[in-house]
Design a protein around this ligand. Structure first.
Ligand code: COI
Length: 361
């Protein structure tokens, strides 16, 4: 049974200020007027379900999250439809993945109903912050962190869960579909067997930062990782999953393992591919196979997918030894068709055949 959230309405910004911010939202830099919050203690369980004004947290400098990174998060979006209604996409899948992540991090599991209610209450209160521009959405960031103030390395007995909302445009900036260059590193690993790769936790992203710096220094907007043992099997990008499409229309994507995050968009893509009657294989894919396939013309399209990235064509793969340009950097027909099908469902322009959308407002 869902617990009732207390709503503490904040003054917030004026309609004029809000509209100015919404004019060019970018990705993840502006935030709505409120946030959801629930606290947890080992003795008292989940309590104080509320929506309050967006504000900084007052945290003890000894809070465990600062020292031992005991934290997990999610990313999902709410979409405005032409009739003014607002919908979320597959949030139940995010809620279940959040539980898996928290379990791995020694954090308490938030009931799925509370996760969904925390999103719905916030979006309902801040519905004026859902942007209405083309391919814009309200990016929602649920997260949980350890706040016990003690330096012993032990699971925290005090935890805070919160959701913030960020009106957003394209993750990679620019307008339209802009293909991106990916830098593949074999020197830095994101995760290893037995580690936290399958969990959505800050530590995995922290481990990707230096490699992301290297990617940017080499003119790429995103880093790609191979496995930490043999340094040859493609896993995922810094914040998204990867697919390759062959000239004869077959798709391939790295099979899930304990070192790969199970993307919610990745799952939707697999379904859309089947709907389209195309064939897709989840299997081990080596970086050399991708390089050779691109160079020989076997792989004519590559794309990245994720909540933030949606479906973004890949222009090239690059490393210290050179660059492998995919089909003259032109986005491929399969990539664009899948992207269109996905966004049409999300924005209410196509039938929601799989029951992925849920109306909030
Ligand atoms: C998301 O797609 O929601 C993520 O959390 C990935 C990050 C690149 C923003």
């Amino acid at each position: 049974m869902t617990t009732t959230f207390t709503i503490e309405q904040a003054t917030g910004r004026s309609a004029q200020e809000r509209e100015a911010l919404l004019a060019a939202p970018g990705f993840g830099t502006i935030f709505s007027d409120h946030m959801s919050r629930i606290d947890w203690t080992a003795d008292g369980g989940w309590h104080d379900h509320r929506v309050v004004g967006y504000a900084p947290f007052a945290l003890d400098p000894a809070s465990a999250v600062f020292h031992y990174a005991q934290e997990a998060f999610e990313g999902l979006k709410a979409y405005a439809h032409a009739d003014g209604s607002v919908w979320r996409f597959r949030a139940d899948v995010n809620a279940e993945r959040f539980q898996r992540s928290c379990r791995r991090l020694g954090l308490p599991e938030l009931p799925v109903e509370d996760f969904l209610a925390s999103v719905d209450e916030l979006v309902t209160l801040d519905q004026a912050w859902v942007p209405r521009g083309e391919e814009q959405s309200l990016y929602l960031r649920p997260f949980m962190f350890a706040r016990t103030a003690a330096l012993a390395v032990k699971p925290s007995t005090q935890v805070t869960y919160a959701v913030i909302a960020s009106p957003s445009g394209a993750y990679f900036g620019g307008s339209g579909v802009v293909p991106v260059d990916i830098w593949f590193t074999r020197s830095y690993s994101r995760s290893a067997p037995g580690g936290t790769g399958f969990a959505k936790c800050g530590g995995n992203y922290a481990a990707s930062m230096v490699a992301q710096q290297e990617a940017e220094a080499n003119g790429c907007s995103q880093v790609g990782f191979v496995d930490a043992t043999e340094h040859q099997w493609v896993e995922e990008l810094g914040g998204m999953n990867l697919f390759a499409v062959s000239a004869d229309g077959e798709l391939v994507t790295p099979q899930l393992s304990e070192t790969i995050l199970e993307g919610v968009t990745r799952g939707a893509v697999l379904t859309l591919v089947e709907d389209a009657g195309l064939s897709v294989t989840e299997r081990r894919v080596s970086l050399d196979e991708l390089y050779e396939g691109i160079d020989s013309g076997h792989f004519t399209e590559l794309f990245a997918c994720g909540t933030a990235a949606v479906i973004t064509p890949v222009a090239s793969l690059k490393d210290e030894d050179g660059q492998h340009v995919v089909s003259g950097r032109e986005p491929g027909a399969t990539t664009l068709a899948l992207r269109q099908q996905l966004t049409d469902i999300q924005y209410g322009l196509a039938e929601d055949r799989h029951g992925w959308m849920h109306r909030i407002v």
